[in-house]
Design a protein around this ligand. Structure first.
Ligand code: SF4
Length: 365
């Protein structure tokens, strides 16, 4: 069962999303479209004999003018308003370029990508003042007695740490938290739900394919040599320490089952490649670019942290809801049904991870 506050935060995001976008005239052609495509040498045009490109496109749609678009959902705590750095960065985003290749391998011909961003509400569970039978806040002094105002006519309603006056509070309930999050979203929906289309010109796609090809070559070379350099500049990303930090500093072991698990399928979200070559996904490339050692842990040894970071967990929860919402749209369901499907899916317990036997491969780091 997900944390009830986290669940409510995700539900309110999906509620606002559904109200904001349900009437958009988009025909849903595919949801969670998994592809397995050639990794092509951009100079010779030959297919790699080492890797296939793999991934899952959130959705593929046709707009009112008949144009086909890839859709990519993202949750973000950054400023996602139009013109912000968030959008400027997409010009060189590798996933957008890679997924165009993936959609073509599935027989679609997308002209651009609809980037579908959900801003994460920043509200956290808080405390709320305790009220007396007349609806007044309660402030007690160090002896536990109710404090009065200076003129002695009323009870004081604000604390003062210097004087030892403490405002009495209780934890906010889940439903109070829901109301607070909903109010924040309703106040400025455009800050929470932003969509924009991203175009790739031919030369931009070509440059991206060189990036991918070269990343693949570097991964292959690192495996051949058994060398996986660390990148200490990446030990803190997205405001959190790397999941392998304690291993890299010698304070934890990858064999500690309370901290780490092992997977057999390196891309847990994907099926195996049809032609038997290892798949290279966008997130694997991103991991390699961030830190070859982290890539080695994740994609050579199959090591994953037992507990996901807060950001990753919340992103996955929203993704589960969005998948069901879009499947509902594809099935022609009405808005209430789409939203209901999203909420029901998010309320299910998160999938249990299989823990593979920890037979350790001997490797040179
Ligand atoms: S795996 Fe890389 S990013 Fe992670 S802690 Fe080690 S050096 Fe830092």
């Amino acid at each position: 069962m997900s944390d009830p506050f986290e669940l409510v935060r995700a539900e309110e995001m999906l509620r606002g999303y559904s109200a904001r976008w349900f009437d958009e005239k988009l025909k849903v052609l595919a949801v969670e479209a998994e592809y397995d495509a050639d990794l092509t040498n951009p100079e010779s045009g030959a297919a790699s004999r080492t890797f296939r490109l793999g991934g899952k496109i959130d959705a593929i749609v046709e707009d009112a003018t008949g144009r086909v678009l890839n859709v990519e959902h993202k949750t973000s705590g950054e400023d996602v308003s139009a013109g912000s750095f968030y959008w400027r960065r997409l010009k060189i985003n590798s996933q957008i370029s890679g997924y165009l290749v993936g959609a073509r391998a599935l027989g679609f011909d997308p002209v651009e990508t609809l980037y579908d961003v959900l801003g994460k509400p920043g509200q956290r569970p808080a405390t709320t003042p305790l009220l007396d039978e007349w609806g007044m806040k309660i402030v007690l002094d160090g002896a536990g007695a109710r404090v009065k105002t200076k003129d002695g006519k009323k009870h004081r309603e604000t604390g003062d740490s210097a004087l030892g006056y403490v405002l009495q509070t209780r934890p906010e309930t889940v439903e109070e938290y829901r109301v607070r999050v909903r109010e924040a979203i309703c106040k400025e929906p455009d800050a929470y739900f932003v969509r924009g289309t991203v175009v790739r010109l031919q030369d931009e796609e070509k440059e991206a394919s060189f990036d991918t090809w070269q990343t693949a070559a570097s991964i292959r070379e690192g495996r051949r040599l058994g060398r996986h350099p660390r990148n200490p500049d990446s030990c803190v990303r997205y405001g959190a320490p790397c999941s392998m930090f304690d291993v890299c500093t010698g304070e934890a072991s990858v064999d500690d089952p309370t901290r780490y698990r092992r997977v057999v399928n390196m891309h847990e979200e994907l099926s195996a490649s049809k032609v038997g070559l290892p798949l290279l996904t966008n997130s694997e490339q991103g991991t390699y670019r961030a830190c070859p050692r982290l890539h080695h842990y994740r994609y050579d040894l199959g090591i994953r942290a037992v507990v996901d970071s807060d950001n990753a967990r919340f992103g996955s929860l929203c993704h589960v809801g969005l998948e069901q919402w879009w499947l509902g749209k594809k099935d022609g369901a009405d808005e209430a049904t789409c939203f209901g499907r999203a909420v029901a899916a998010m309320a299910l317990p998160p999938p249990r991870h299989d823990v593979a036997p920890t037979t350790r491969k001997e490797v040179t780091l």
